[in-house]
Write a protein that binds this ligand. Structure first.
Ligand code: TRP
Length: 311
């Protein structure tokens, strides 16, 4: 038999490297990221079932489920844990400070206490960040629907990725004379009521890159569209799913970049000194159906630079 020799020994009998993927939950963006990671790994020469074995587990947006998954990966002595979304990466790090963890799409890895710094992570964890700026997204809001004064913030207070972006929103609001009304949830069952609460109180609503909201877009956009409220979001998938607009990154590119980092780690690189990669290419995304439904005319200058949904 042919044996693959690489930098990481995983105690694996048949010589295949083991990759454990822990994904917070299923929603369109996280699914895109996972698919792009697996495709990217193939491009790097790591093919599931050939020279690696991928064990994909879904955390159901539940901390105890994720703890069990992380413990299973540690017990299985996987060679690398790939963690998609902030709470999944945090669950993985709580179970091991030895096995390398490569995270994907962590909005703020420092605030989430996953790395010491972006340049020098310092431990067993590194990966890609999908940092966005609330200030830039509200800048887009000013171009599309100028004149608003109150901004609703709808998010899961338990997601560090969201808390960090909303802190930026509050900063922006304080400096520019806007009022922020927060409406927070702790799980998907609270989303409808939290959105409804904002519907007659604010001029526009903002959601950060929040997993809980991203998985509840049908419920949320139904409420805001009926109330004719412009709903600014933070990810392309959330615009595709009915949000009005955002200024955000391309998650297929992010998945491929994550795969390159995973390949480097499988080849023996040290996560402690491998800098976190931020995505530099940002684009404007607009949902033209939503604009029509709430009676907003998207300025030509915005349309000219936007990727529009439905496609
Ligand atoms: N950035 C999120 C996190 O840190 C994960 C994420 C990626 C996400 N793409 C998204 C969340 C799209 C909401 C919508 O956990």
């Amino acid at each position: 038999a042919v044996t693959m020799l690489t930098g990481c020994g995983g105690g694996n009998d048949d010589g295949k490297l083991k990759v454990g993927i822990i994904q917070l939950m299923e929603h369109p963006s996280l699914d895109t990221i996972r698919t792009s990671i697996i495709e990217g790994l193939e491009e790097e020469g790591y093919v599931d079932g050939e020279n690696i074995v991928i064990d994909y587990q879904n955390g159901q947006n539940d901390m105890s489920t994720m703890k069990n998954i992380a413990q299973k990966f540690v017990g299985d002595e996987v060679d690398v844990i790939v963690a998609i979304a902030t709470p999944a990466a945090q669950a993985a790090l709580s179970e091991t400070t030895d096995i390398p963890i490569v995270f994907a799409a962590i909005t703020d890895p420092v605030d989430a206490e996953l790395v010491d710094s972006l340049e020098t992570p310092g431990g067993n964890v590194t990966g890609t960040s999908d940092e966005v700026s609330a200030e830039q997204i509200m800048g887009l809001a000013k171009e599309i629907t100028p004149g608003f004064k109150t901004i609703g913030a709808l998010y899961n207070i338990g997601e560090d990725n969201s808390v960090s972006v909303v802190a930026g929103l509050k900063d922006f609001a304080a400096k520019n004379g806007y009022k922020v009304v927060e409406s927070t949830v702790t799980n998907t069952s609270e989303v409808q009521q939290a959105a409804q609460y904002l519907a007659d109180k604010v001029d526009v609503v903002f959601s950060p890159i929040d997993n809980t909201i991203a998985s509840s877009m049908a419920v949320v956009t139904d409420i805001f569209n009926k109330a004719d409220i412009p709903y600014y979001v933070s990810a392309d998938s959330m615009v595709k799913d009915g949000g009005l607009a955002t200024y955000g990154i391309d998650y297929t590119v992010l998945g491929n970049e994550t795969a390159k980092m995973i390949a480097d780690i499988l080849g023996g690189a040290d996560p402690a000194t491998m800098a976190v990669k931020k995505m530099s290419d940002m684009s404007v995304y607009v949902n033209t159906d939503t604009a029509k439904e709430i009676g907003v005319e998207i300025p030509k200058a915005v349309l000219d630079k936007a990727t529009t949904f439905p496609q």
